[in-house]
Ligand binder design. Structure first.
Ligand code: NAP
Length: 492
């Protein structure tokens, strides 16, 4: 499609996505014929419609997954790995079209969508390599009587629920290890961004994934579709990425059948700039940690703590950088800040900023909602002297707003950083090794960025503590979430 430009190319990219539920290797409409519209948030107009799956469709998808499970578990690890490797190459071959599709349905700038397609593909490469390394143990017990054999087997049919903010990578981070381990799946993508997942389904089929291993149900009826699956005794696992509130509800629903659960939930990341930080690196890191994905990331720096001796300079430099970022439609060259996902998201960000200003915060960069554009734009905003207990520091902002809080001692800022129910990621900027380790050991989060504003990589275990989640995705342990351990006692 290289010769086609502008609107025509956008239309073609949307047109060529299969608009169906993907069940048992076939594309089809919802049983009751329902559909829903997918919107382009940059212009607030519909892009296309996709099937609005209901409980009957979900059950069909589960039947297909259950029927495929036994043969899939018995498929050679190398074959499972090769399918992932082919899918990795296909994603990269189609990177441009897939990136445009993602930008159209989600809003992020094209460069970031390209980055996400590559990041999403890397999970397939990583787990293609892990598929052939699933191993067990064989050893004698301490008393020498008999032998202990430990084998690892696929958990079984899984339900995967994904959010809109990383529409492809949050899928491959689950699908990759599930395929590698030998599990079949029913995937429910977010209704704002189903197209990237449907395009991914097509890629998986082309890569040779057998029918029924991956099933996709697009829907606006999340509760009606997912709950019956979790209560059906044939599902063995749920992997969810989304908000803590929904995650908590799904853990409750999973309790009935005592399902294995992996939970990647909300964050409230502290970003700490110590007195001895290299301010160039700290500003650059803050820009990445705050502005990646328009601030709509679970890993986004939500509270920026700056030591009193550097707070003014750090805040001014950050405001200058954020103020220079170009806001607009993600498809336009040079745009760095796209629209937020919908009106509710934009209004929530505005409300948090208003509350912070009313509580005494000082505006350093006044962005705010962008007038005169049809999409859901909010320009970057920096606030200084934010009271540590302001709502903006307690809730996930999910937008391009940087609240800066001043602190005096390491102990004080550590207590502030840990004063949250969340614990996904923390960031610390310091040139002092002793201080860096002191913070890294004491911060209550599953991940720590030391002088680094981005921590995500398929090669490391991603996940949170406290109410940010259960389990890890990626790294050597990522596949464990999809494997059961079986112990066989041998009488020799
Ligand atoms: P969300 O509202 O929790 O939704 C996530 C997914 O769950 C969507 O597909 C959603 O579908 C579905 N869902 C909602 N209610 C459900 C129910 N009762 N039963 C089954 N499924 C249900 O979160 P979001 O707004 O899409 O995503 C943003 C959140 O995700 C943030 O909190 C962010 O921090 C978190 N996140 C975490 C990570 C991580 O790795 N820790 C990564 C990315 C995002 P509907 O939209 O139809 O309700």
């Amino acid at each position: 499609m290289e010769s086609v430009t502008g609107d025509t190319r956008e239309k073609l990219v949307v047109e060529r996505v299969p608009k169906g539920l993907f069940i048992g290797g076939r594309w089809r409409g919802a049983a009751d014929g329902a559909t829903f519209e997918v919107e382009d948030p940059s212009v607030a107009t519909p892009l296309c419609s996709v099937p609005d799956g209901g409980p009957l469709d979900a059950l069909d998808a589960l039947e297909a997954a259950v029927a495929a499970q036994e043969a899939w578990a018995a498929t050679a690890p190398r074959e499972r790995g090769e399918i992932l490797r082919r899918a990795f190459h296909l994603l990269l071959e189609r990177q441009e079209d897939l990136a445009l599709l993602m930008t159209l349905e989600m809003g992020k700038p094209l460069a970031e969508s390209r980055g996400e397609v590559a990041y999403a593909a890397e999970f397939f490469r990583w787990f293609a390599e892990e598929a052939v390394r699933i191993s067990g143990e064989w050893h004698a017990p301490p008393d020498g009587n008999g032998r202990i054999l430990i084998m690892r087997q696929p958990v079984g049919p899984t339900v995967l629920v994904t959010p809109w903010n990383f529409p492809m990578a949050m899928g491959t981070r689950k699908i990759g290890p599930a395929v590698a381990a030998g599990c079949t799946m029913v995937v429910k993508p977010a209704p704002q961004t189903p197209l990237s997942m449907l395009a991914l389904g097509e890629v998986m089929a082309e890569a040779g994934l057998p029918d029924g291993v991956l099933n996709i149900v697009t829907t606006t009826r999340a509760g009606e579709v997912v709950e019956p699956l979790l209560r059906d005794g044939r599902v063995r696992k749920l992997s969810f990425t989304g908000s803590t509130a929904v995650g908590r509800k799904l853990i409750e629903q999973s309790a009935e059948q005592v399902l294995r659960t992996s939970m990647e939930l909300g964050g409230n990341a502290p970003f700490i700039v110590c007195r001895d930080a290299d301010l160039d690196r700290a500003v650059e890191g803050a820009l990445q940690a705050k502005m990646r994905n328009i601030g709509e990331a679970c890993t986004a720096a939500n509270r920026l703590y700056a030591h009193r001796s550097v707070a003014a300079e750090f805040t001014e430099r950050l405001a200058a950088r954020l103020g220079g970022m170009r806001v607009g439609r993600g498809t336009e060259p040079g745009v760095q800040v796209g629209p937020l996902i919908d009106a509710a998201a934009r209004d929530k960000v505005g409300r948090l900023v208003d509350q912070a200003l009313a509580a005494g915060a000082q505006p350093v960069l006044e962005g705010g909602p962008v007038a005169g554009k049809a999409g859901y734009y909010y320009a970057p905003t920096v606030l200084a002297e934010v009271p540590a207990d302001a709502e903006v520091c307690r809730e996930e902002i999910f937008g391009p707003v940087a609240p800066v809080i001043t602190f005096d001692t390491d102990e004080e800022v550590l207590a502030l950083a840990n004063d949250t129910v969340h614990g996904l990621v923390s960031y610390v900027f310091t040139e002092n090794l002793r201080r860096a380790v002191w913070f890294a050991e004491r911060l209550e989060s599953g991940m720590v960025g030391l002088n680094k504003g981005i921590v995500s990589t398929p090669a490391a275990p991603f996940g949170g503590v406290k109410q940010s989640g259960l389990g890890r995705e990626g790294g050597r342990v990522g596949i464990d979430e999809y494997l059961e351990t079986k112990y066989v006692a041998l009488d020799m």
